[in-house]
Design a protein. Structure first.
Length: 693
C-alpha cells in the first residue's frame, strides 16, 4: 500500500534559485564566511579552487609546520577525521597512512595506500571542528594516527602548496563552503541514472545486441551498454574496429530506439603508429609529454607503445577533446575515460634494464636472493613510481616534471573532453566519468570508483567512500556492481544490487576472464530483475536529491553524525548512510547473512521490498535493531515524518511516468521534488520544483 496515495501535485510552482557569489576574503574570526588561504613556497596552479581568494599573511591555525611541507595536528581521543575522497578504509580515516598519488591498483585492500583519485580535503570534528584542503598536485602523505596514534602528520613532497582552512557552523556548513570555492558539480543527463550493463569482453556488435535482447526479453529495464577497449581498432582511441563493429552508427541508432545508450571507453595513451592521425598530429604539434631529452615520451599500455597527450596544455586539451566528435557523430552521447592516472605497464628503458639484469642474474647459478631480485624487478615494472620522474609537461612554456603534477593528469583528460563537447554538442549534456581525478574534476564529469573485486568487503568499501567523495564535489559516482576482478556469485550480486541501486552511477561491470555476471547469467534473474525495477521506481527521488546536492553544494550521502551531531552512537556508525533528506540505507555486505544490526538515530519507517509493488513497512523506534532481510529482499529506511516519491518502474529512464509518482513514507509528509528536462546543458533553465503531498 502506498501511504498518501491521494497525493496531489501542487504543480507549476517554480522558484528561482539565486546563487550568491560571495567574496571569500574574510578572516577566521567571527565573520560569516570562514575560509582562509595560506600559500607556501611557489605552488603550481591546480585549478581546484575557482573562487578568487586573497591569501592571508597570518600564521596557519591549528597545524604546526616545519616549513618543509609537513603539517602536524594533535588529535584528541574523541576527534574524528572525515574526508580524503576515494580512499580505502573507513568513513573515519583515523589509524592509517594514506598517500595521494593517483594509481592503478585493481588489487586494493586494507593495506593499500593509494587509489585512482586524490582528494586532499579533510574535515576534523571534535575538540576543534574545521575543514582543511591541501591543494598540491604531487605526492602527498596523510598519516592520520598511523605512526603515532594521536598525531596527524600531513606531508607534501615539496613545500610548494596552498592550504585552505575552513571553519563553519557545523560539518555540513563546512562542506558547503568548501564546495562553493571548488565550483559546481557536474550534472549528467537523466539517462545516466538508469541501469548500465558493461563488461570488458564484449567483442562484437552481436555481443552488444545479445545483451540488449536478454534484458528486453525479460522485461528488465536498461539504459546503457558500455563498450570497453575491444570496440577500437587495436586499442587506438577514436577508431572503431570495422570487422567487429562494421556499423557503429547503425548499432547506436538501433539501441537508441530501445532506449539504450552506448557508452564507449577512451584511454589516455595514444598508440604510436605511422598513418594514425591522432599519433601523427600529436607528434607534429608537440602535444605529447616529453622525455628529458625533449623527444616524445614512450610508455606501454594496451595499444603497445604509446605517447601520453599533455593534457596540461590548453591547446592539447582542445585538440584531444575535439576528437570525441568522431564518436558523437555516430550518435554516441556518453564516455568513460580510463587509464588516466596515467597507468603505465612499463617504460622501454626500465624494461631493457630489467631484461639486462635478468640475464646477469640467470647467467650463473641463481640463488634465492637473485630469484627475489628477479621477481621483484619484473613485478615492479607496472606503475613504477620512478617512471613518473621521466616525463615532462609544458606548462606555459616551462617544462615541469610529471611527478610534480601527477594527480592533475586524469582531471585534465576529462576536462579536455568536457570542454570540447560543450562546443561539439552545446545543447545537451554528455555523460562522462573518469577513473582518475583530483579535486576540481567534479566540475567536468563523474568518476567510477575504479577496479574493485567481487569481494563482499568491496561493497562496504564503496559505501564508505561516498560521503568523502561528496565532500570533494563528486556526486555522480558508483562502483563496478558485482565486482570487476574475480568471480562473483549470485548472492553477492543480489546484495550488491541492493546497495548500488541507491548510487547515482549504477553499472554492472566485470573484467575479461572472470565469471560472466550479466544478471541473466544467474538462476534467479527474477529477483535481480526486481532490484533493477526498484531502482527505476527510485529514479525520481535519486535524481531530485542529486539535483539538490549539485545546485546547493550539499552532500547527497552523509555519515549519520552529520545530521545527528549530538548522538555519540551515530558517530561510530560506519556502514549506514543518510541518502538525501529522507532516506537511510543500511546494506547487507556479509555472505550468508539473513539480516543485520542497524542503528536508528531517530524513529524511522523500515521498508522491506521484494519488488516495487510488493513491500511492507514498519515503524521502528530510535535505537538498535536486528533487521531480517531475505536474500531477495531490499531493506531501507524512511526518516521520521518523511516520504519519498516512488514511480512505476519504466523500461528506461526516458519512459519514466512522472505522473505515476506517488509518495511512499509517513502519512501527511510532503516532498519537494526537483526535476528538469534531464538533458539540457544548463539544468537550471528547465528546473521545476514542486511540492508533493
Ligand atoms: O588495464 O579497458 O578500470 O574498467 O574494463 C585494464 C579494460 C584496463 C581498466 C578499467 C576497467 C576496464 C579495463 N581497464
Amino acid at each position: 500500500r502506498l501511504v498518501g496515495s491521494e497525493m496531489c501535485i501542487r504543480d507549476r510552482f517554480y522558484r528561482i534559485i539565486s546563487y550568491r557569489k560571495k567574496k571569500c576574503n574574510a578572516t577566521l574570526k567571527g565573520s560569516a564566511i570562514m575560509i582562509q588561504k595560506y600559500v607556501f613556497g611557489n605552488p603550481i596552479a591546480t585549478n581546484a579552487v575557482v573562487t578568487e581568494i586573497k591569501p592571508t599573511q597570518e600564521p596557519l591555525p591549528f597545524f604546526t609546520t616545519d616549513g618543509n611541507g609537513t603539517f602536524t595536528y594533535s588529535l584528541s581521543e574523541e576527534d574524528i577525521v572525515y574526508g580524503l575522497g576515494e580512499q580505502i578504509r573507513g568513513i573515519n580515516k583515523r589509524g592509517w597512512q594514506y598517500v595521494s598519488w593517483n594509481y592503478d591498483n585493481p588489487n586494493h585492500h586494507e593495506d593499500t595506500r593509494s587509489l585512482y583519485g586524490s582528494h586532499n580535503f579533510i574535515l576534523i570534528r571534535g575538540t576543534k571542528t574545521f575543514g582543511a584542503f591541501f591543494d598540491y598536485a604531487g605526492k602527498m602523505e596523510f598519516d592520520i594516527g598511523y605512526t603515532k596514534r594521536n598525531l596527524m602528520q600531513i606531508k607534501a613532497a615539496k613545500n610548494d602548496l596552498t592550504v585552505y582552512i575552513i571553519t563553519g557552523e557545523n560539518e555540513k556548513d563546512i562542506v558547503k563552503q568548501f564546495r562553493k570555492i571548488i565550483g559546481k558539480s557536474y550534472i549528467p543527463p537523466l539517462w545516466a541514472f538508469g541501469y548500465g550493463q558493461s563488461r570488458w569482453g564484449y567483442k562484437t556488435e552481436q555481443d552488444i545486441r545479445d545483451v540488449a535482447k536478454q534484458y528486453k526479453d525479460a522485461g528488465v529495464p536498461l539504459d546503457s551498454i558500455y563498450l570497453d577497449i575491444d570496440y577500437m581498432e587495436r586499442y587506438k582511441d577514436f577508431t572503431v574496429d570495422e570487422t567487429r563493429f562494421p556499423d557503429l552508427k547503425g548499432l547506436a541508432a538501433d539501441m537508441r530506439e530501445q532506449g539504450i545508450h552506448l557508452v564507449p571507453i577512451i584511454d589516455a595513451g595514444v598508440k604510436i603508429e605511422d598513418g594514425y592521425p591522432v599519433y601523427e598530429e600529436g607528434v607534429q604539434k608537440n602535444y605529447f609529454c616529453k622525455n628529458a631529452e625533449g623527444g616524445d615520451f614512450v610508455g606501454a599500455v594496451w595499444p603497445g607503445r604509446v605517447h601520453f597527450p599533455d593534457f596540461l596544455q590548453p591547446e592539447a586539451r582542445d585538440w584531444f577533446g575535439k576528437k570525441y566528435a568522431v564518436l558523437t557523430e555516430m550518435g554516441i552521447d556518453g564516455f568513460w575515460n580510463d587509464m588516466n592516472e596515467p597507468a603505465i605497464f612499463y617504460t622501454e628503458d626500465r624494461l631493457e634494464d630489467t631484461c639486462n639484469k635478468i640475464k646477469e642474474l640467470t647467467s650463473g647459478n641463481m640463488g634465492i636472493d637473485e630469484y627475489f631480485t628477479f621477481t621483484g624487478m619484473v613485478a615492479g615494472l607496472n606503475g613504477n613510481i620512478g617512471d613518473y620522474d621521466k616525463f615532462y609537461h609544458n606548462i606555459d612554456g616551462q617544462m615541469v616534471k610529471h611527478s610534480e603534477v601527477h594527480n592533475l593528469y586524469g582531471m585534465n583528460m576529462t576536462r579536455s573532453a568536457f570542454e570540447a563537447l560543450q562546443e561539439i554538442r552545446p545543447e545537451q549534456r554528455t555523460l562522462f566519468f573518469s577513473r582518475s581525478s583530483y579535486v576540481g574534476a567534479h566540475r567536468y564529469g563523474g568518476i567510477w570508483q575504479g577496479d574493485n573485486k567481487s569481494w563482499w568487503s568491496h561493497i562496504l568499501q564503496s559505501m564508505q567512500q561516498l560521503p568523502a567523495l561528496n565532500m570533494a564535489g563528486f556526486l555522480f559516482t558508483g562502483c563496478d556492481t558485482g565486482g570487476f576482478g574475480c568471480d562473483t556469485t549470485e548472492d553477492l550480486m543480489l546484495r550488491w544490487l541492493q546497495y548500488s541501486l541507491f548510487t547515482p552511477l549504477f553499472r554492472n561491470h566485470s573484467a575479461d576472464g572472470t565469471r560472466q555476471q550479466e544478471l541473466y547469467q544467474f538462476d534467479n534473474f527474477a529477483a535481480t530483475g526486481e532490484m533493477i525495477k526498484i531502482r527505476y521506481s527510485l529514479v525520481p527521488y535519486l535524481y531530485s536529491e542529486f539535483l539538490k546536492a549539485a545546485l546547493q553544494d550539499s552532500m547527497m550521502f552523509r555519515p549519520l553524525a552529520f545530521d545527528f551531531p549530538e548522538d555519540k552512537m551515530a558517530q561510530q556508525v560506519e556502514d549506514q548512510l543518510l541518502l538525501g533528506n529522507e532516506l537511510m540505507i543500511a546494506p547487507i555486505y556479509h555472505q550468508n547473512a539473513q539480516g543485520r544490526y542497524v542503528y536508528l538515530p531517530e524513529e524511522m519507517m523500515l521498508v522491506r521490498m521484494k519488488s516495487h509493488d510488493h513491500y511492507e513497512t514498519e515503524i521502528l523506534p530510535q535505537g538498535h535493531h536486528y533487521v531480517a532481510a531475505a536474500l531477495d529482499e531490499l531493506v531501507f529506511f524512511i526518516r521520521n515524518q518523511k516520504a519519498i516519491p516512488f514511480a512505476a518502474p519504466a523500461e528506461s529512464t526516458a519512459k519514466t511516468d512522472w505522473n505515476s509518482v506517488q509518495l511512499l513514507g509517513y502519512a501527511g509528509a510532503s516532498y519537494e521534488l526537483y526535476t528538469d528536462d534531464g538533458i539540457s546543458s544548463n539544468p537550471e533553465s528547465t528546473l521545476k520544483i514542486s511540492t508533493l503531498s
